[in-house]
Design a binder for this molecule. Structure first.
Ligand SMILES: Cc1ncc(COP(=O)(O)O)c(C=O)c1O
Length: 368
C-alpha cells in the first residue's frame, strides 16, 4: 500500500543520516549516556548563562495550555537589532532546518532546479528533492573554494542557489568578493546558510538591502548553545519575508523556546564569551590532531575537517573513539571526501579527553 500511496519523491529520497544517539552508543559499549560526548553535531558545550533563570520564568508563567504569540513579537524585537534589519524582514522558525524547509517550499515546485556546491550540508538537497525539484551539484574548487562561475553556469534556469557560508563539513568561508559576485549575477534566489556566523564573525546580511534575491539563514543552535531548543530565522527583504511567512507553520516555536531564546539574545556578551572560548580552543586542538596523524583543514567555525591516510584508518579512529563515548562525524566512506572525519571543537576539558583517548589508540608501526 505504501508503494501506491506514498509520494514518489519521498520513496526515492535518501533521508538525513545521523551518527548513533548517545543512548545507543552507551548501550553498545556499556557506558553511561551522560558520559557520551557529541563531537559530531557542531553543537556548543555551553548553554546560555540565562538558561536556568529563563526556564524558571517560563515555568512560572504557567501557559503551556495556550498557543503562544504566533507573531513571535518578543523574539522579532530582539533578532532585528541583533541582525541590523527590520522586524518585517524576519521569518522565525524551529531551527535553521525549518527555515530551509520553508524557503524551499516558497520557491521550488515539482520539476524546478536548485543548485548546491558539494560537499555541503545535506538538508539543502533533501528539502529540494522532497518537493520533486532536481538538484544540480557543483563541486567546490581547490581548497573547497566556492566556484562562482560553475555555480552560475549551473544556475541557468534554476530557481534557487544554496550557499553554506562558512561551509559544512569543510569549515572554510567563501571569499566575500565571491559571495558579492554570485548574488549580483544570480538569475534566481540565493539562500546563504550562516549557521556558523557567530564563529566566523562575517555575515552577508548587510547585502540584503540591495538584493531582493537574497535570503540569509541563521540559527541559535551553534554559537548561542541552544540546539535542543530549536530556534532559527531567515532574513530577506520584506516582500520576500512576507512570502515565506505565508508558508511557515504558525506555532512551531514553543513558548519555552521563545523565552529561553529571548533571554539568550539579551545576553550577547555572554554568547560572545562562549564563542571566544571555543575559538581559542580551535588551533591548539587542530595542532594536536595533526600530531595524531590527521591532516586538518583550516576552519573559521567550531569544527575541524580532518583527513586520515585512508578510509580504513578513518573508520578505525571513528570506532575507537565511539567505543569510548566520543562520537565524531564519520565521512570515512563518503564518496567526495573519503577518509575524513569531522570533529567539533568543544570545551578545553572535553577536547583534552578526546585527545587523550585518541592518543591511547594502539597503532601498528608504520601507520597512524
Ligand atoms: C550548515 C548547517 N545549517 C543548518 C543546520 C541546522 O541547524 P538547526 O539546528 O538550526 O536546524 C546545521 C546543523 O548542523 C548546519 O550545520
Amino acid at each position: 500500500m505504501l508503494e501506491r500511496l506514498a509520494r514518489q519523491t519521498v520513496r526515492d529520497l535518501d533521508p538525513y543520516e545521523w551518527e548513533a544517539s548517545s543512548e545507543v552508543v552507551a548501550a553498545r559499549h556499556g557506558l553511561d549516556p551522560r558520559d557520551v560526548i557529541r563531537f559530531d553535531l557542531n553543537t556548543s558545550p555551553f548553554p546560555p548563562a540565562a538558561w536556568d533563570r529563563a526556564m524558571e520564568a517560563a515555568r512560572l508563567e504557567r501557559i503551556p495550555n495556550e498557543y503562544f504569540d504566533t507573531a513571535y513579537a518578543e523574539l522579532s524585537s530582539l533578532i532585528a537589532p541583533y541582525c541590523g534589519v527590520g522586524e518585517d524582514q524576519l521569518v522565525i522558525g524551529a531551527g535553521a532546518d525549518e527555515i530551509l524547509d520553508v524557503l524551499t517550499k516558497t520557491f521550488l515546485d515539482n520539476g524546478d532546479a536548485a543548485v548546491i556546491s558539494v560537499p555541503t550540508y545535506s538538508m539543502y538537497a533533501i528539502c529540494a528533492r522532497q518537493l520533486g525539484a532536481t538538484v544540480r551539484a557543483v563541486p567546490l574548487g581547490a581548497e573547497f573554494a566556492l566556484d562562482v562561475d560553475a555555480v552560475l553556469a549551473a544556475a541557468e534556469g534554476a530557481k534557487l542557489i544554496f550557499v553554506c557560508n562558512p561551509n559544512s563539513p569543510t569549515g572554510n568561508p567563501a571569499d566575500p568578493a565571491a559571495i558579492n559576485r554570485l548574488i549580483a549575477a544570480a538569475p534566481c534566489m540565493v539562500a546563504i546558510d550562516e549557521a556558523y556566523a557567530e564563529f566566523h564573525g562575517w555575515s552577508a546580511i548587510p547585502l540584503v538591502a540591495a538584493h531582493p534575491n537574497l535570503i540569509i539563514v541563521r540559527t541559535m543552535s551553534k554559537g548561542f548553545g541552544l540546539a535542543g531548543m530549536r530556534l532559527g530565522w531567515g532574513v530577506a527583504q520584506p516582500e520576500v519575508a512576507a512570502m515565506m511567512n505565508r508558508v511557515r507553520p504558525p506555532n512551531s516555536v514553543s513558548v519555552v523556546t521563545a523565552r529561553v531564546a529571548a533571554a539568550a539574545l539579551r545576553d550577547l556578551a555572554g554568547m560572545r564569551a562562549h564563542v571566544a572560548a571555543i575559538v581559542a580552543e580551535r588551533e591548539p586542538f587542530a595542532a594536536a590532531l595533526r600530531g595524531a596523524g590527521a591532516h586538518v583543514y583550516p576552519s573559521v567555525t567550531n569544527f575541524l575537517l580532518t583527513r586520515w591516510p585512508d578510509p580504513a584508518t578513518a573508520q578505525a579512529v571513528y570506532s575507537w573513539l565511539e567505543g569510548r563515548g566520543l562520537v565524531v562525524r564519520n565521512f570515512a566512506r563518503h564518496p567526495l571526501i573519503p577518509g575524513h572525519l569531522r570533529i567539533t571543537v568543544r570545551s578545553a576539558e572535553e577536547n583534552a579527553r578526546f585527545l587523550a583517548t585518541l592518543a591511547a589508540r594502539p597503532v601498528a608501526v608504520g601507520t597512524v
